[in-house]
Design a protein around this ligand. Structure first.
Ligand code: PGA
Length: 255
């Protein structure tokens, strides 16, 4: 089965709910209806903007998909400041980013937590976007493949073949995030091909259906070369997703 391209804008901690409404409306006007047949387009606003963006998407029948940037894995309880997966599902969230390197590094999220979050997202019929990626030191020490291989194995442990076929993995080398330093497309393909091989080793042909994205300083100038690689199915886009014109140019990478 052919994998449909997916490009998701990760807005990180940017935009209040009024700005978020404007951003999603502008993006919608800049995309053609046909674009969505070729690529699934998602935006991941902060939690406080999810409800507003959801309302606009539904009211205007937009085909833009909604993503959350994080979730807790527990159903409810005494977890001050956290948001449960059921709350996101109720907002018609399609995807939940889990294990972004900023969460792993700044908030000490472990592979075990990422794994629990991925399972909790599936339990509420949303799709996890599981992020993996090595640091600059790990790349320079020659252990990038070991690091990413271990993140893939631990973060996805216990998932079924059906879930592996449905999940999205984002390979984001930490040294490329927000730095303007994109991975060479050939290097990105090498790592993403390696990830798919690891998935195939464990889950068989389900790995051919897994969408694997590249993330790290994606912009309108480099997305075409990245998307030309055979195992790369899309992008997780930070900085370049904040301006709707720029993000639309990333989404329409073939133009
Ligand atoms: P960037 O962020 O595009 O600004 O490098 C990507 C990400 O962190 O998902």
């Amino acid at each position: 089965m052919a994998r449909k391209d997916l490009i998701v804008g990760n807005w990180k901690m940017n935009s209040n709910h009024l700005e978020a409404i404007q951003m999603v409306q502008k993006l919608h006007y800049r995309l053609d209806p046909d674009d969505y047949d070729r690529v699934d387009v998602g935006v991941a606003p902060p939690f406080t903007s999810l409800r507003s963006v959801q309302t606009v998407i539904e009211a205007d029948h937009m085909r833009i998909q909604l993503a959350a940037q994080n979730t807790h894995f527990e159903e409810k309880g005494a977890y001050t400041g956290e948001v449960a997966p059921s709350m996101l599902a109720k907002l018609s969230v399609d995807y939940v980013i889990v294990g972004h390197s900023e969460r792993r590094q700044i908030f000490d999220e472990t592979d075990d937590w990422v794994n629990r979050k991925a399972k909790a997202v599936f339990a509420h019929e949303m799709t996890p976007i599981v992020c993996v990626g090595e640091s600059l030191e790990e790349r320079e020490e020659g252990i990038a493949f070991d690091r990413v291989g271990s993140q893939v194995q631990l973060s996805l442990a216990g998932l079924s073949a059906e879930q592996i076929g449905a999940i999205v993995v984002a390979y984001e080398p930490i040294w490329a995030i927000g730095t303007g330093r994109t991975a060479d497309p050939a290097d990105a393909q090498e790592m993403i091909g390696f990830i798919r091989d690891r998935l195939r080793d464990q889950w068989g042909e389900a790995a051919d259906e897994t969408r694997i994205l590249y993330g790290g300083s994606v912009n309108p100038g480099n997305i075409g070369a990245i998307m030309a690689k055979k195992d790369i199915d899309g992008g997780l886009v930070g900085g370049a997703s904040l301006d709707p014109d720029t993000f639309a140019a990333v989404v329409r990478y073939w133009i």
